[in-house]
Ligand binder design. Sequence first.
Ligand SMILES: [Zn+2]
Length: 468
Amino acid sequence: MLTIFNSLSRKLEPFKPQNPPAVTMYTCGPTVYNFVHIGNLRAYVFYDTLKRLLRSHEYAIKHVMNITDVDDKIIRGSAAEIPNCGLRPAPSERKNQDPNERIKSFSKKYEEAYFEDLKKLNIISADVNPKATEYIPQMVTLIQTLLHKGVAYKSEDGSIYFSIKKFPQYGRLSRLDKKSLRPTERMIKDEYTKDSIQDFALWKAAKEGEPSWETPFGKGRPGWHIECSAMANDLLGETIDIHSGGVDLIFPHHENEIAQSEAATGKPFARYWIHNEHLLVDNQKMSKSLHNFYTLREIEEKGIDPLALRYLFLTVHYRDKLNFTWESLEAARQALTRLRDLVATWDEPAIGCAGYEADFLAAIADDLGTPRGLALLWDLVHDREYPTSARHASILKMDKVLGLRLDSRDEITLSSEEKKLLDDRQQARRVGDFEVSDEIRATLENKGLVIEDTANNGFRLKRKRTER
Ligand SMILES: [Zn+2]
């Protein structure tokens, strides 16, 4: 049995998908105008752990995660209006470029960087990563339906808005008091929001120098919210099992997605809304003025394995705020290194410890209780009642949910001295000096590091197995 907190009911609910073992899952992906920050990465690791948990319960998940590649920030970034944006195109590149092409080449680099980050964090790829610019026809169809049903209208400038008063259920997810609604920061910045929190843009009329598409209702570009409704409907159906994202997306984004989708289909949009809490940096919100928008690049520049960040995320429950500090990341790095080094010395995995495995799965199945799961993992690591082969087998099973790459022997952490010796040995092998290479192999073996040579001058490393 799996229970999960549903933001819509504000309750822990048993998880029951519509058509088991199939599970449809939609998660909001990045706006590719910059490198994603560690707050975004927390959400992505949370989605991934949830997916791994569902897989361990034998569900067959179809996961869609969108890429927003047309948006105000991308348009400004591609025109080099955002300072410190990192990968700005050269002025010569921008000149006379078609605006649709310009945002494409601008966002491509960040899209690639985003996929690299996911890989480094051992995040299983979504089944489909639809891009907004590739879903214009589906968005147009959805907008036409909303116009036809009278819940959307065209304004004087040609933009199309969703009329909130035509959708009385508006605010159900975020429990908004509609009378005291205040605009959010994102809305204030978006000139296409009518009357403070009232109506939001489905379609933004074309402007000179901005990307646009021809449609039956005029030239323009999509609003941000409409892409998720159109893609989820097209790829996963009218009602999806899980929709997840960070809590910051509940309002207005997810509220608007519900309004668009449900006004069009008359059916519930998602059965389980699952949200992860904010990430703080040194107990403060991430902000440009505080210069605390960290990315995976900064973590790697400090020589820290990105999976230490994943470990840190798992130590805090997804519905609790996570306070990132460099000290907490260092502690996570040390714990992960210790864990890997220990596991690497153990006997080959065999059989396993059924009691620990069951307790672990129960802890994770209880609203994704990763902190409790990690605690159980460490209890098992230290439990000498079981042979290392059994502990090894169970830890690898647990890692299928945690995703810390504990089973990869090449993840052994090497000291700088060991690295140097390995480099020297490889050099000796390349020039055919087998005497030196054998000598170094013996030295390393004395240090507990066993080398198995493989074809084409390759090799595998193992720590010597000793009972600990
Ligand atoms: Zn979305």
